[in-house]
Structure formats: C-alpha cells, structure tokens
Design a protein around this ligand. Structure first.
Ligand SMILES: Cc1cc2nc3c(=O)[nH]c(=O)nc-3n(C[C@H](O)[C@H](O)[C@H](O)COP(=O)(O)OP(=O)(O)OC[C@H]3O[C@@H](n4cnc5c(N)ncnc54)[C@H](O)[C@@H]3O)c2cc1C
Length: 478
C-alpha cells in the first residue's frame, strides 16, 4: 500500500518530500511477500465469495464488477509504471497470465455456477468467461484435479484466460526502487512508535531504530499508516476519533505447497472452490499455480491458524493490547456474533495432518502427502467495526480506509481483496485526504490510469482499449 501511494504521489505531486519508515530489515517481507499471500490478481473471475446467490438462487454481479473494475485500475497503473521504466520494462518479474477457474461439485453447486455464469457473462468485464459441466472438457482445463475423480460426481466450472498470478513482493520492491530513484527516502529497521498531533496541525512521528535503539522524531503535514497488521495500534496511538470503535482479529494462513514438476505440469491455473457451510470467505479453498522468481509451484489452502500477533514477527500481546475502552464493546459484540468463525478456527486449529490431506484430496483426488509441505503465510488482521445501526461490533472480511485529523492522516485496516486493489484503495485515500487537489491532479491521474473516474463496465470502447494496452504492456498475452 505504501509503495503504491509513493508511486501515485510521484505522478500527482512529484515535488513533495516523501519518507517511508519500515520496521523490518527489508521492505515487502510481511503480507506482501510472495509466499505470504496467494498472489491472485483478485478480479472476481473465479472467487465465488464475491458472487453469493440470493434466496431465489439468482446471483447479483455488482460486487464482482466492482472488484474487477478495481483490478483494472491496478493493471493500468502497473502498465504506466512499466512504460516509465519500472523493472527495466520487464513485467514478467511480477505478473504472469494464469487462467482463473471457479470449480464446484454436486447438484446445488452446479445450479449456483450456472446462475453465476448467467449473471457475469452479461457483463462486459466478464465477456470472455467460459462455462462447462463436461468432465472431459474439465480434464483438459484442470487435469490434476480431474485425475482419479469419481466419474459419477457432478462438476461445473468457469474459466477466464484474463487471470493473473502476481508476485506482490517483487512488485513492492520494484515500486520502492523506482520511488527511491525519484527522491523518496526509504528507511529500513525504523519502527514508528508514536504519532502526536502538534498545535500547528502537523504530525510528530516518533521512530526507533531497531538495531541501535536510537529514537528520533520527524514532523510532517500528512501521514499514511501503511503498516498492514501494524496499522491498528498506530492509528490508535494517533488518538484520532475516526479509529474509535475499530478492533482487529488476527487469523494466520497456512498453505500446502508442492514443487513436484509432474504435479505442477498438470495444473496450469488458479482454481477457486466454495467455502464450507458456515466458514468465512477467507477460507475459500483454492489450488494455485504460483510463479515466483522463475520457479513454478502449486499452493493449496488456506488453512487457518490463530496467533494473537498482528504481524508475522509481531508480539504475543498485540491482540490484548489493542483492546481499548473505545473498542471493547465492538470486540465483545463481534466475538458473541461470530460463533461460526470461532467454531471454524477451532476446527482448523485441531486439524491433523491427515485431515488437512483429506481436504486437499477433495481438490486433487490422487494427491500423496509426501509431495506437499505445510508453509505458514501471512497474518490477516480482520477488521472489527461498530455497526452504526445496532451499535454492536461486526467482523468484516474486506479492507477499511481510515482518514482522520481533517485529512492529515490516513491508514488502511484489513486485508482482502488486498494487494490486488491497492491502487484503488490509494486513489480513494488521495480523494478523501486531498479533495481540493483532485481537480488539479485529475489529468495526470487519467494519463496514468485512463479509466480513473469512469466505469469500464459502462464504456466498452475504453474497456477494449485498456484491455489491449495493458495486455501488451504487461505481456499478458500468454
Ligand atoms: C494468507 C494470505 C493470502 C492472501 N492472498 C492474497 C491474494 O491472493 N491476492 C491479494 O491481492 N491479496 C492477498 N492477501 C492480502 C495481501 O497480502 C495484503 O492485503 C497486502 O499484502 C497488504 O499490504 P500492506 O502494504 O497493507 O501490508 P504489508 O505488506 O504487511 O506491509 C506493511 C509493512 O509495514 C511494516 N510495519 C508494520 N508496523 C510498522 C511500524 N510500527 N513501523 C514501521 N513499519 C511497520 C511491516 O513490517 C510491513 O513491511 C493475502 C493475505 C494473506 C495473509
């Protein structure tokens, strides 16, 4: 998020002085690191949680269209950066075309998939979606998943060739390298400890060197708290009223990974299934081809775990220390209202190696345990928010942009759809923190992101241009 914001500021306000403080020894080692997330360029092509069926079985495409529009903004901005020289003009370092497939089994699954396809195929952004119920065709799309599958099982799937795998770690490092060349200062091993508003409206940022222990302060007119899981405690320390009532609940992700060339060779897609009944959206099982630093592997998961840490390298007291008088009600309310999540986490935590393997065999019937290793991915700090209607706390699975202090401070909570929609999130931050500057910035933003302020779903000509252009610049033609 911070790297994206630094790059956007480079477009609209290149003369501004921007400084980044990173507590770790390297940037992009937390959630954005390639192995700490699934690398799916989330555009709702295959993630069934963005298209739930209503009580009448119909599917509303609205949420999927919004996510796809947001991802198109990311594609356009990344294309702009590549044209300007990011990664020496070689996008393969961070983005690769990988078909996105949604897959279901059973009669009910098939009925849902058909309704979803009907709803999405009518949308210009999803015009290339293909649908099949034919096991023989699926054996061509996803041979690894169809091998050894019960012939009597009903199956259905959609496929989009517009899908991508993104190495968000590589992208973040490239964006910071680019920003540094333009004069942005990036300091590592520097933990931001405190944020205080001065009487002149500026923020005093207290930073501690994690190696020497030395402290220093920096004064600034605007702060963005792009600290991932570390954002909630820092926004709480800032004392802004907009953070009151917010809490966080950390859930860690684990994946099974195989590097077996034979298995990887049989699975050239990202395939998302349906979450189990009562399980939260982040638990949607998926089997992903990953392309990281020239290596190909498959990831299956996620399996959830619980740790009270807000960052992988966080502290055991992160969760209890985040409970304040101002969010205690939300935290307790969210706990009481989320018994299914609690049950799901307990089930996941108690899951044995054999039980994990059984879940994998729903996807890969012929899977053998010795081919797969368990890896721990990043922490997601799910947002807990006070519902203004009921006054009770609710657990959210998306992201929440907080802007406070009269637009002088912003921060991002939550994790999903996350890195894929960082450009859209940071554009919204600019609009909310600097509304009076947007008219002057609009032309530069539109040069970088032609669909800025417009909807591609309403503009087939622009959609065609943007698609062709980003496919060519990002080398997504397969
Ligand atoms: C298991 C899992 C799977 C996911 N899969 C996907 C996916 O397929 N597609 C997708 O788009 N998104 C996915 N996400 C979400 C995505 O990874 C995140 O939304 C995104 O990486 C968050 O970026 P960020 O910049 O907000 O946070 P981060 O990448 O975590 O960066 C925050 C940085 O702030 C630093 N920091 C923290 N506290 C301080 C402090 N006090 N002072 C200084 N520095 C600090 C941290 O060290 C870190 O480097 C997934 C996440 C998880 C956990």
């Amino acid at each position: 998020m911070s790297a994206t914001l630094a790059e956007l500021l480079g477009v609209v306000a290149p003369q501004w002085s921007v400084t980044v403080f990173e507590s770790a020894a390297e940037v992009a080692g937390e959630s954005s690191d390639a192995w700490n997330n699934a690398g799916t360029g989330h555009s709702a092509l295959c993630e069934l949680n963005y298209t739930p069926a209503g009580p009448d079985g119909r599917v509303d495409p609205a949420k999927a269209v919004t996510i796809n529009e947001q991802f198109q903004q990311s594609r356009q901005f990344w294309s702009h950066l590549v044209r300007e020289g990011l990664s020496g003009g070689s996008p393969k370092e961070f983005i690769t075309p990988v078909p996105h497939i949604g897959f279901v089994t059973g009669q009910a699954g098939r009925a849902y998939m058909r309704a979803r396809y009907d709803a999405l195929a009518a949308q210009p952004l999803f015009a290339d979606l293909e649908y099949t119920e034919d096991a023989a065709e699926l054996a061509e799309w996803i041979p690894l998943m169809m091998a050894g599958r019960d012939r009597g099982q009903l199956v259905a799937a959609t496929r989009s060739e517009a899908g991508t795998d993104v190495n968000f770690g590589a992208l973040t490092r490239l964006m910071f390298d680019d920003a540094i060349e333009r004069g942005v200062a990036v300091h590592t091993n520097q933990r931001v400890q405190d944020l205080d508003r001065e009487t002149d409206g500026r923020w005093k940022v207290t930073v501690r060197d994690t190696v020497t222990g030395e402290r220093r302060t920096v004064r600034t007119r605007f702060v963005f708290v792009g600290a991932g899981g570390g954002a909630l405690p820092l926004l709480q320390r800032s004392g802004i009223r907009e953070i009151r009532g917010f809490g966080g609940f950390p859930v860690s992700g684990k994946f099974l990974r195989t590097r077996s060339p034979e298995l990887v060779g049989m699975h050239q897609a990202k395939v998302y299934g349906q979450a189990a009944v009562g399980a939260p959206p982040m638990s949607v099982p998926h089997l992903d081809l990953r392309l990281i630093d020239g290596d190909r592997s498959l990831l299956f998961g996620p399996y959830a775990g619980f740790s009270p840490r807000f960052l992988k390298a966080g502290k055991l007291w992160d969760l209890p220390a985040s409970v304040r008088p101002t969010n205690l009600g939300s935290m307790l309310g969210a706990g009481a209202a989320n018994i299914p999540l609690t049950n799901y986490l307990v089930r996941e935590l108690l899951q044995s190696r054999d039980a994990r393997h059984r879940t994998l065999t729903d996807f890969v019937p012929t899977a053998e345990a010795h081919d797969w290793d368990l890896i721990t991915a990043g922490q997601r700090v799910q947002v807990i928010k006070r519902d203004p209607a009921t006054g009770r706390g609710v657990l959210q699975f998306g992201t929440e942009l907080i802007v406070g202090g009269d637009g002088s401070i912003g921060g991002l909570l939550g994790a999903s759809p996350g890195a894929s929609t960082a450009v859209s999130a940071m554009l919204t931050l600019l609009e909310r923190a600097f509304p009076h500057r947007i008219p002057a910035w609009r032309s530069a933003l539109t040069d970088a992101i032609p669909s800025y302020g417009r909807l591609l779903s309403d503009d087939p000509i622009l959609l065609g241009q943007v698609r062709a252009h980003t496919m060519q610049t990002l080398e997504l033609t397969g």
